[in-house]
Design a binder for this molecule. Structure first.
Ligand code: SME
Length: 159
């Protein structure tokens, strides 16, 4: 694989559509999960400039910080806590336009204003979540939720 991301000019949807095969190529050529999650975080950050993007992985009754790109983050999150813990508990994507309005949001950084968290579910079990944060209020839309969920399907298919 060419270890360089190609970033097209164009709409957000076009960027995601361009990113998907690049992610597929990366994760299908490597079996190490941490390496793959690290590269997916880097590719999302490079493509969209997200403030924070990364993974939390289930370990017992907690989510533990995994590969990410961005500022220092909290390391452990209990099930049902914050946006990540809620995505885990409900097994549903969480789309939060304003983190201040989300009960019990965990503010790792006060700069983060909106976020999307996608649970990674295999055989009906959540084994981790993808967390994407923006400094802009109401940054994410249906394009992001659609494509982030699709990218997670791609990651899951390689595990
Ligand atoms: N936003 C998360 C906490 C993790 S950080 O944002 C990196 C939450 O409320 O679950």
């Amino acid at each position: 694989m060419a270890e360089q991301l190609t970033i097209p000019a164009g709409s957000k949807a076009e960027k995601y559509a361009f990113l998907l095969p690049q992610i597929r190529s990366v994760v299908s050529n490597e079996t190490n999960r941490i390496a793959n999650l690290a590269n997916v975080s880097a590719m999302l950050r490079e493509m969209f400039g997200f403030f924070w993007v990364g993974f939390y992985l289930v370990e017992g009754d907690q989510l533990v910080l995994g590969p990410f790109q961005g500022p220092l983050a909290c390391t452990r999150i209990r099930k049902g806590r914050g946006v990540c813990g809620t995505a885990w508990e409900k097994k549903e994507l969480q789309w939060v336009p304003d983190v201040d309005l989300f009960p019990e949001h965990i503010a790792c950084s006060s700069s983060s204003r909106s976020e999307v968290v996608v649970p990674l579910i295999r055989k009906d079990e959540v084994w981790g979540v993808l967390d994407v944060d923006s400094v802009q209020l109401n940054y994410f839309d249906e394009t992001d939720t659609y494509w982030l969920a699709k990218l997670c399907d791609e990651i899951l298919s390689s595990l």
